[in-house]
Design a protein around this ligand. Structure first.
Ligand code: EPZ
Length: 431
């Protein structure tokens, strides 16, 4: 087990390149299952979740090679569609392997991914979508067996624009006979990246990025080379870290269009943000103004994955801000830890009331999930004194060497083993 030790109070400055998007790379690696040949992916971040996905694909029979941020997947030898339960437990988002495995093998066995620190994480919309395409699904305890002699296109309406369900249905429908239309589809940039990748393999999909996606199934998928989009949540994390430390940071290889809601909020609170092409500069010289009311919602509204980061920033603002979390029911686990650092935050149902304080103070805190952990690191950078963040394996699921990233911007941060601790168990990860 390791921890991060942070000496706070120093403004971040400098230039940093943004890593490839975890939440685009994972579904694209799953979609590679549809192809009988070789897939080459670029700009793939080296993260715990990516390694688990590679372990799952290897267990199913694919040959995997990794060189820096490039991954070679040879899917010709795929021989199983039974995802090992132990690996499934390590990353719940492996559930979106169901669609492509069902399309390729006509059958797939997975396990209930279960809830996690941020909420129940149901998969009913995934299962309903696959059933609409002709799958027969049996649930036996926590085992889910799914089979389909033939997948046929269908008209599907999602009760909620679920990212994972949209992706699962897209990948199964890409190989189904006939046309599928997904109504109330998720609109995230990662869905658009998945469409571009599937079409690069020969699929015929239109409309990703809107709430209606049309998929005309094809019989064959061809090998391709593809580069993953930048990670908008990592970019947003660094943007907030720069502002919270009153720094001056330039982000490279970022897509500002993917961050419009965060940029809008930060500018309203007084942060200076200038974008040009795939470069963004962020500067903050004064205490931020409060944001009266903010609500997380599906893209293009404010992303739930940046809620904890915005909360850290607003905990130092001048006045009372309110954030409402509408996507996940349990995504305020970072509040107690922030209050231990001197923040003044009160939660009532799914709303957090954040009374800005002049400063935060270093403390020993614990990451409970990926983005809560990132928020505690940013709080430590802004705080006066030393902050120790424990359970940092959660953070390593989504940030490639976060301490290296931040140290390149002048942060005083180091990773160190926890005395006498065993290596981190792999089994408590969520997607
Ligand atoms: C994806 O999770 C992301 N993960 C999450 O990022 C992100 O927070 C989330 O989308 C929302 O943007 C990956 O892409 C790997 P959802 P996903 O299905 O697909 C309910 C991170 O930090 N729901 O859009 O699981 C669900 O309970 C991670 O990188 C159902 O009710 O999100 C939740 O309340 C965390 N039934 C809401 O929808 C279903 O069948 C959003 O879930 C599916 C979901």
């Amino acid at each position: 087990m390791e921890k991060l030790v942070i000496e706070g109070g120093k403004p971040l400055s400098g230039t940093i390149r943004i890593q490839g998007a975890k939440n685009a790379a994972l579904p694209i690696m799953a979609a590679s299952v549809l192809c009988q040949g070789e897939i080459a992916l670029g700009n793939v971040p080296d993260l715990l979740d990516i390694r688990v996905m590679l372990d799952i694909l290897t267990a199913l029979g694919s040959k995997v090679q990794r060189e820096e941020d490039r991954i070679q997947l040879d899917m010709s030898g795929l021989h199983s569609s039974h995802i090992p339960e132990e690996l499934m437990k390590q990353m719940r988002s492996s559930i979106f392997l169901m669609g492509p495995l069902l399309a390729r093998f006509g059958a797939v066995t997975v396990y209930q991914p279960g809830g996690c620190a941020i909420g129940e994480r149901k998969i009913n919309l995934h299962l309903q979508g696959l059933e609409a395409l002709g799958a027969v699904i049996e649930e036996d305890g926590n085992t889910i067996r799914c089979r389909a002699d033939k997948l046929k296109g269908a008209d599907i309406l999602l009760d909620f624009p679920s990212v994972g369900a949209t992706e699962n249905i897209m990948m199964a429908a890409a190989a189904a006979e006939g046309r599928t239309t997904i109504h109330n589809a998720a609109r995230e940039p990662e869905i658009q990246d998945l469409q571009h990748f599937l079409n690069a393999m020969g699929a015929r999909i239109y409309g990703a990025g809107t709430d209606t996606i049309t998929i005309d199934g094809v019989a064959r998928f061809t090998p391709c080379t593809y580069r993953i989009i930048p990670d908008r949540i990592v970019a947003g994390t660094l943007l907030v870290a720069a502002a919270a430390t009153r720094g001056n940071v330039t982000l490279e290889e970022v897509n500002p269009q993917h961050l419009t809601s965060l940029i809008h909020v930060m500018k309203r609170s007084g942060v200076q943000i200038i974008s040009s092409g795939d470069i963004m500069n962020v500067q903050c010289h004064n205490r931020p103004k409060r944001i009266e009311r903010m609500m997380t919602s599906p893209y293009p509204a404010f992303p739930t994955d940046l809620q904890s980061l915005l909360m850290v920033f607003l905990s130092l603002a001048d006045g009372l801000s309110i954030i409402k979390e509408t996507v996940f029911e349990g995504r305020f686990k970072h509040v107690d830890e922030l209050n231990r650092m001197g923040a003044d935050i009160h939660v009532d149902m799914n709303a957090a009331f954040i009374k800005g304080v002049p400063r935060l103070y270093g403390a020993t805190v614990e990451a409970t999930d990926l983005r809560a952990g990132a928020a505690l690191v940013v709080a430590g950078l802004a705080a006066h004194g030393t902050t120790v963040v424990e359970q940092i394996h959660h953070i390593d699921r989504g940030y490639e060497q976060i301490e290296g990233m931040l140290a390149r911007l002048g942060a005083r941060i180091r990773r160190t083993p926890i005395e006498g601790s065993a290596p981190t168990p792999l089994a408590d990860r969520t997607g």
